[in-house]
Ligand binder design. Sequence first.
Ligand code: GAR
Length: 210
Amino acid sequence: MSSGKPVRLGILLSGRGSNFLAIAGAIREGRLEGVEIAVVIANVAEAPGLAAARDLGLKHEIFVSKGRKRAEHDADVLACLRAHRVDLVCLAGYMRLLSPEFVAAFPNRILNIHPSLLPAFPGLDAQEQAFDYGVKVAGCTVHLVDEHLDHGVIVLQRAIPVLETDDSHSLALRILDEEHVAYADAIARVASGEYEVRGRRFVKRKVSIN
Ligand code: GAR
């Protein structure tokens, strides 16, 4: 992904869209170079993130998933991503599992952000799960997406201490601040193309000096 052309992002979201807005902000402010948002796609018509994309003048599409077969819905989303020549798909609060066909169509080219230090607390309400478990360190993970839930190769994690004064809400808010930093950072690393996936390890590619 380092051909010199901007890496085109396809953002998929279901709700608020704060991670999408953090990515858009990082691009706008020059903190995330060589990357552009090609399209924002929502699977929920009322998603505030979709309205935010429209307000920013970005290309945006809605494919309502409720009541549709996964494979059929995903085929529509895939066609849209291809039509917009997307290089890298970023799931930003996209609360829907991808079909195996979707994952295979973008090998190692789909990122997800999850509000826990995976492999702990996959699934819904991860911050609350972590708080209720009593962990002393919490955080977020950006990972490559495979066909399993919150499972693929980890690109990066950011950790924070759980404070005595926290409740699950305050903890979730502080994790969200870390998410907003982590996602742009992870996109920069993947978009640079300067990495290898060795087993489950995402590692910086060694530069050979001839
Ligand atoms: C974020 O906390 C994200 O990590 C989480 O949904 C929230 C979306 O917020 N995703 C998952 O739990 C995925 N398993 P946002 O719409 O404001 O970005």
